[in-house]
Unconditional design. Sequence first.
Length: 387
Amino acid sequence: MQKVTFWILIARRSLALALGLFVLLPAWSQNPCEGRGACDALLINKGRPWDYQVSTAPSPRTLISQEPDRQEQPVVEAMKRLFAASSIRGAVLLNGDKLVYFALKDGIAEDALFYGLSVGKTVTAVAAGQAVCQKHLTLDTQVGDLLPEFASTDMGKASLRHLMTMSSGTWEGLRDSNVATPDQFRELWSGRLSIKDLMLQPKVHTAEKDFSGRQRPPGEVFAYRNSDPEMVALMVAKATGMPFAAWVEQAVLRTVPIAGPAVLRTDRNEHTFASGALQMTLTDWARFSAWVRNRYEDGSCLGTFLREGAQPLIAARGPNGPYAQFGHYGYFTWVGHKMVPDSFYAHGVGGQIIAWSKKNQRTLVVFSNESPANDLATIYRDWSSLP
């Protein structure tokens, strides 16, 4: 009996290892990382030769460096201790446009480009919001309305709103949120396959079925996967008449404005990986973060869009994403943080975080290989609770 139990344990352990390797294969096919999270080669790089390059700008948004005051000092000291003890590579504490804390790990240059991974999904939502505000499409525009090749598919019935709340109803994808296999990623990198080709595959655009065999309609079930943001990019590109990366540069990055340079990851056919495209300097990420929080309450069309997108629009459950921290999802934005409920987050695998408060303009920006989630949540709770 003991021998049988021993071999059962070995078999379970081997299966767990095999499943773990399977989950990580798509990431390996894209990036030179091992294990969970984001290694430095992925987190900090200059992009690939075919990626979309954003040039420098002469007059970027001004951030004012400011020493912490008496109330801010304990939070800054806690951030310093965590920064020194963890794998965090870059961290910022902002109060509006005031840069109260800014740190880069030794050896990382100020012009290093940090890859946001799934923080880029929130950037995609902002870019889509700009397209809505400029009346290129609406939140209720369906995929099939703009892209006739999808009109007869289940994905074609999903609206922009459904896509941005990860509720298209279509295939839930692999356990790491990818919808491309390792072989398909190799095809994407070679140029033999495009993101649009991938979305046109029946497995990707066909509705999932529930336990009774009924096809899921759009808007009913949250499932975190990369196909929904990729479809948003295809829709916005068609509606605006320009490549999505160029739209992000024009409608978001130049509106901030960032200093540049920056990179938006694309396939070789100029389709943007809207599920996680943007690479910028830490200072430009801080500029973007300050700009978003400012627009959130400025009364503009985009501000209204951001406020709606930071609401708990759908319950967030599933195998992917930071579910232990959040209860709900907005427009490609995590909401309902269990320790900081009055906040909304952009979040990437491993530890790429932008946290915005709904009460004030105190913002946290972190780029890391592995996220010390509870410690960061405590720091941001204390930071956002200050006047």
